[in-house]
Write a protein that binds this ligand. Structure first.
Ligand code: GAL
Length: 801
C-alpha cells in the first residue's frame, strides 16, 4: 500500500494521500486538493431495523463492532434457507474530520451495499439509494460538525425489493446482504474534478493520441485551467494544459436520453458529472500497447488549476489498445483474438459478496493463470473494482453488464436500470480490460424503448466501446452493436449477425459436482471442448464464454436443491473439476505445458469398467505407462501412445486426447492394475509427466494458502485450500473427512470448523484482524495428521477518520 504524508503548501495542510489499496501501478497519488479517507473499520452493526438509531445521541454500545466489507449474516456454504439474509439492518459509524477539511466539501462514497441504503448524517436524512451493485455518494458538507463527532447511519434493506433490479421476479443466484464494498470520505475543494475519462485514439498509428475528458463540479471562480500528464510509472511522457472558458457550463446529461428527453438520473445521490472539458494529448511517441501478455498500463494525472494554483488533482490508470468486434471476429490491436472465457459470479462461500481486494484479485488470477481464459463476463452485474483492476494488470478481457435477470419491471424500475448503465460506465470506462458493455437485462424479452435508451446512454457516455446485450432467443431485436447470445444447444446456432459472441453454454444443461464420477466429469469436459471447437470453426464466432467459472449459491428453485448451482468448471471454493483442465490446456505451451487427466484413476468406477480416458493437454503426443502393483520389478510398461483427437476436434488448436482403453490390445490392462503415468511430448521432446496412483490410499493431506502475508486492516483475507491426495498430489475425489482447525493470533477463520471435505477438497479463508503479528492455522486430519500454515500480518495504515 502506498503511503504519503501530509505536504505543507503555503501554510495550509493539504492531504496527499490516495489510500486505495492495490493501486500498485497507479502513478503518484494526487498532491493537491482532495483527500480520500477510507472508512471501513470501527463500524457498529445491528442485524435489525433500530428505531431512533439515526439520532447522533443514540447509544450503540450494544451493537457489534464490524469491518467493511461486511455480510449481514454468515451462512453455511450450502443447504441453508436462502431468505436468511433478507432483512433490514442498521450500521453506524462515528468519525471526526481530520485537520485541513475546513472550507472543503465532503462526500461519503459507498462502493456497494445490498440493496437499498437510507443514509443519515448527524440525524439529517440524506435519502435512499436503490441498487446493490453500483456506487453511490452523498454530500455531507452542510451537516458536518468540523470540530466534533459526526455520526453516519445507514439503514440497509437487504430484502429482494421488487422496485430494484435484478429483483421483481426470480433470479438464479443469491445477492446476500450487507455493506459489502468499501466506504470512504472524499474531501474536495468547492470546485473539483468529479470524474476523468481518458480515451486513447489512433492507437495503432505511429503517433497515438489521448483525449482526456475532465468532468468538473462546483462553481468556477477565477482563471481556471486543466493540466494533464501522461505518466509511465513516475516518468512524465506527455503533458498538456488548457484554459477553461468562463461562463455557464452546459448540462452534461442533456443529450443522453434521446427517447424520452427525461433526466436519466434519479435523484440527488448520483455520481452526476459536471461540465466536461477535453484535453487532448496528440502525437504521443513510444507508446506501448496494452496486450494480453504484456498489459502495459499508464497513468493519467489531471490537475485543476485556479489562478495558477493546483486546487484539485486526480489520477486514472489506462492502457492503449484498440478492441473491436468485427465480422471476422474480435480484434485486439488489429489482430484477431478468439475469445475463450467463463462467466463469473462474485459470490463466495460463507460471506456472500463481502470479500475484499485480495479475494477478488485471486478470482481474476484463477481465471487468467489457472484456467488460461482471455475473457470473463461479470454475470450479471458490475463487479468489484479490485477484480477489474487485476484484469487490467494481468490481461484478462472483460464483458461487464448491468444488474438484471430475465425480468423487466415497470418504468421506475427501468429508470434505475438505465441509471445503472450510467454508473457502471462512469465508474469503469478507464479500464483497458473492458471491451464490451452489456446493456440489456440478461435473457430478458425485447423492449424497444427501454433498450434504445440503455444503448443510447452507453454510446453517448462511451463512444469508444461497443455494446452487447445478453439474450437467449435468436429472433430478438438487436439494438446493440454485438449480438451476444446464450446458446445452450449443441451444435450451436450459426451466427445470424456479423458481430456475434456466445455468452453462455453448458451450465444447467449439464451440472457436475466434484463428487460425480468420471463418466460425468468426462462428458462435462467434452461438452465445453465441443463448443469451443465449433466456435473455432468459424471466424464469425468472436468466441465464447462458458457457464460458468465457479459453482455459486442460488435460490431454492434453481440448482441442486442445496442452494448451489453446480455449473462451474471449479467448485464453489474455486477448486478445479475435470472441465477446468480443458480451459487450462488451451494455452500456448510456451506459457505453460499442461497435461490434465479428466479422470481419477480407478479401475471399475464406471458402468462398464474404466474404458475411456480423456486427457486435456497442449502436448502433441502422449505416452501412457502402467506399473503393476503385483509385479516385483516395479517397471513402467508402455501401454498406449496417442495424438490429440483431431477427428472429433478438428478446429481446436489443442484438442483433447481420447484413449479407448477397451480397444487396447493389452491383456494387462484388462486384468492387471497399478499406477498410471502419462508423459507429454512436444515436437518429439518430453515436456511433462503426470503419475496417478492406483493404490487408492489417501496419502497426503495438504494445506495450501494462496498468500501468507496479509495486512492487518481487519478485512484482508486469504483462501486456504485443503486437499487429500494420492502420493503424487492428485486429489482423491471420494475423500470426505472432517478437518478440524485451530487458529492462533490476530486472525479469524471464515468457514466451518470442522469442515468436511467434498470431492477431496474444501477451503476456508483466514481474515486478518487489526493487529499486526503472526497467525497460525493448524488443520487436523484424523489419520493424515496436522498441517500448519503461518501468516504474517503487517500493520495497516491507521484510518484517519
Ligand atoms: C442462464 C442464465 C444464467 C444461469 C444459467 C444456468 O440462462 O443466464 O444466469 O442461470 O442459465 O445455466
Amino acid at each position: 500500500m502506498r503511503r504519503r504524508d501530509f505536504i505543507k503548501t503555503t501554510g495550509a495542510v493539504v492531504a496527499a494521500t490516495s489510500l486505495r489499496p492495490y493501486a500498485s501501478l497507479a502513478a503518484q497519488p494526487p498532491t493537491a486538493g482532495r483527500t480520500i479517507l477510507p472508512m471501513n473499520r470501527g463500524w457498529r452493526f445491528k442485524p435489525e431495523k433500530v428505531s431512533g438509531a439515526e439520532s447522533p445521541t443514540f447509544d450503540d454500545a450494544a451493537f457489534e463492532r464490524i469491518t467493511i466489507p461486511h455480510t449481514n449474516i454468515k451462512l453455511p456454504w450450502h443447504n441453508f434457507d436462502d431468505h436468511l439474509y433478507e432483512f433490514v439492518s442498521t450500521y453506524r459509524r462515528r468519525f471526526r474530520l481530520p485537520q485541513g477539511t475546513a472550507g472543503k466539501r465532503v462526500f461519503v462514497d459507498f462502493e456497494g451495499a445490498m440493496c437499498a441504503s437510507t443514509v443519515w448524517i448527524n440525524g439529517a436524512p440524506l435519502g435512499e439509494y436503490r441498487g446493490g451493485f453500483t456506487p453511490f455518494s452523498f454530500e455531507l458538507t452542510p451537516h458536518l460538525r468540523p470540530d466534533g463527532e459526526n455520526v453516519l447511519v445507514v439503514q440497509l434493506d437487504s430484502t429482494e425489493r421488487e422496485d430494484i433490479p435484478p429483483f421483481g421476479y426470480e433470479i438464479d443466484y443469491l445477492t446476500f446482504g450487507g455493506i459489502y464494498r468499501e466506504v470512504s470520505l472524499r474531501v474536495v475543494p468547492e470546485h473539483f474534478l468529479d470524474n476523468i475519462f481518458a480515451h486513447p485514439k489512433d492507437v495503432l498509428s505511429a503517433h497515438p493520441g489521448l483525449d482526456v475528458d475532465c468532468f468538473l463540479a462546483g462553481p468556477a471562480a477565477g482563471r481556471m485551467a486543466l493540466e494533464v500528464e501522461l505518466r509511465d510509472g513516475e516518468r512524465i511522457i506527455a503533458h498538456g494544459t488548457q484554459p477553461i472558458p468562463s461562463g455557464p457550463a452546459p448540462d452534461p446529461d442533456a443529450a443522453l436520453d434521446p427517447v424520452t428527453s427525461a433526466a436519466i438520473t434519479h435523484s440527488s445521490n448520483t455520481m452526476r458529472d459536471g461540465a466536461k472539458h477535453t484535453v487532448t494529448l496528440a502525437n504521443l511517441e513510444g507508446i506501448e500497447l496494452w496486450q494480453l501478455h504484456e498489459p502495459k498500463l499508464y497513468t493519467v494525472h489531471v490537475r485543476l488549476m485556479q489562478d495558477g494554483v493546483a486546487i484539485d488533482e486526480d489520477t486514472r490508470r489506462i492502457g492503449f489498445r484498440e478492441a473491436v468486434f468485427t465480422p471476422q471476429g474480435f480484434m485486439l490491436n488489429g489482430k484477431a483474438v478468439k475469445l475463450r472465457g467463463l462467466d463469473r459470479h462474485q459470490t463466495f462461500p460463507f460471506v456472500g459478496q463481502a470479500m475484499p481486494a485480495r479475494a477478488q484479485r485471486q478470482d481474476a488470477k484463477i481465471l487468467r493463470h489457472n484456467l488460461h481464459c482471455n475473457l470473463v463476463r461479470t454475470s450479471h452485474y458490475p463487479q468489484s473494482r479490485h477484480f477489474l483492476d487485476c484484469c487490467d494488470e494481468i490481461g484478462l478481457l472483460v464483458l461487464e453488464e448491468i444488474p438484471g435477470w430475465q425480468h423487466i419491471g415497470p418504468e421506475p424500475w427501468k429508470l434505475v436500470a438505465i441509471d445503472n448503465v450510467g454508473r457502471m460506465i462512469r465508474r469503469d470506462w478507464n479500464h483497458p480490460s473492458i471491451i464490451l458493455w452489456g446493456v440489456r437485462i440478461n435473457e430478458s424479452p425485447d423492449d424497444h424503448g427501454f433498450y434504445a435508451r440503455t444503448n443510447a446512454l452507453a454510446h453517448a457516455l462511451d463512444p469508444s466501446r461497443q455494446t452487447g446485450g445478453i439474450r437467449n432467443f435468436k429472433e430478438s431485436e438487436l439494438l446493440e452493436d454485438v449480438f451476444t447470445i446464450n446458446d445452450f444447444g449443441f451444435p450451436l446456432r450459426e451466427p445470424n449477425h456479423p458481430l456475434y459472441l456466445n455468452t453462455e453454454f453448458v451450465g444447467h444443461t449439464y451440472p457436475v459436482k466434484t463428487t460425480d464420477d468420471d463418466e460425468r466429469q468426462r462428458e462435462h469436459t467434452l461438452r465445453h471442448a465441443r463448443i469451443h471447437d465449433q466456435l473455432a470453426s468459424n471466424p464469425q464466432y468472436a468466441g465464447g464464454i462458458g457457464w460458468c467459472a465457479f459453482d455459486y449459491n442460488t435460490h431454492s428453485n434453481f440448482g441442486a436443491g442445496d442452494r448451489i448451482c453446480y455449473h462451474g468448471v471449479t467448485d464453489i471454493f474455486r477448486e478445479p473439476k475435470a472441465a477446468a483442465g480443458f480451459y487450462k490446456s488451451q494455452v500456448d505451451p510456451a506459457e505453460e505445458v499442461v497435461l490434465e487427466p479428466a479422470f481419477h484413476w480407478a479401475k471399475s468406477d464406471e458402468a462398464t469398467e474404466f474404458r475411456r480416458a480423456v486427457v486435456c493437454s497442449n502436448c502433441d503426443h502422449l505416452k501412457f505407462y502402467l506399473r503393476e502393483h503385483s509385479l516385483e520389478s516395479n517397471e513402467w510398461t508402455l501401454i498406449a501412445e496417442l495424438d490429440p483427437d483431431r477427428a472429433e476436434f478438428a478446429h481446436l488448436r489443442y484438442p483433447p486426447f481420447q484413449l479407448n482403453l477397451a480397444a487396447l490390445d493389452s491383456k494387462k490392462l484388462r486384468f492387471a492394475w497399478g499406477d498410471l503415468r502419462i508423459d507429454g511430448y512436444i515436437d518429439g521432446k518430453q515436456r511433462i509427466s503426470r503419475s496417478l496412483s492406483g493404490k487408492g490410499i489417501d496419502s497426503k493431506f495438504l494445506l495450501l494458502p494462496d498468500d501468507t502475508a496479509l495486512v492487518a486492516d481487519g478485512a484482508d483475507v486469504t483462501r486456504v485450500v485443503l486437499r487429500v491426495t494420492d502420493e503424487w498430489g492428485n486429489v482423491h475425489p471420494l475423500a470426505n473427512d472432517p478437518i478440524e482447525f485451530t487458529l492462533e493470533g490476530p486472525g479469524e477463520l471464515i468457514g466451518d470448523n470442522p469442515i468436511a471435505l467434498t470431492g477431496g477438497t474444501a477451503a476456508v479463508w483466514v481474515r486478518a484482524q487489526e493487529q499486526a503479528g503472526t497467525v497460525r492455522l493448524s488443520a487436523k486430519h484424523l489419520r493424515l495428521g496436522t498441517q500448519t500454515a503461518e501468516f504474517t500480518l503487517s500493520a495497516a495504515e491507521p484510518e484517519r477518520v
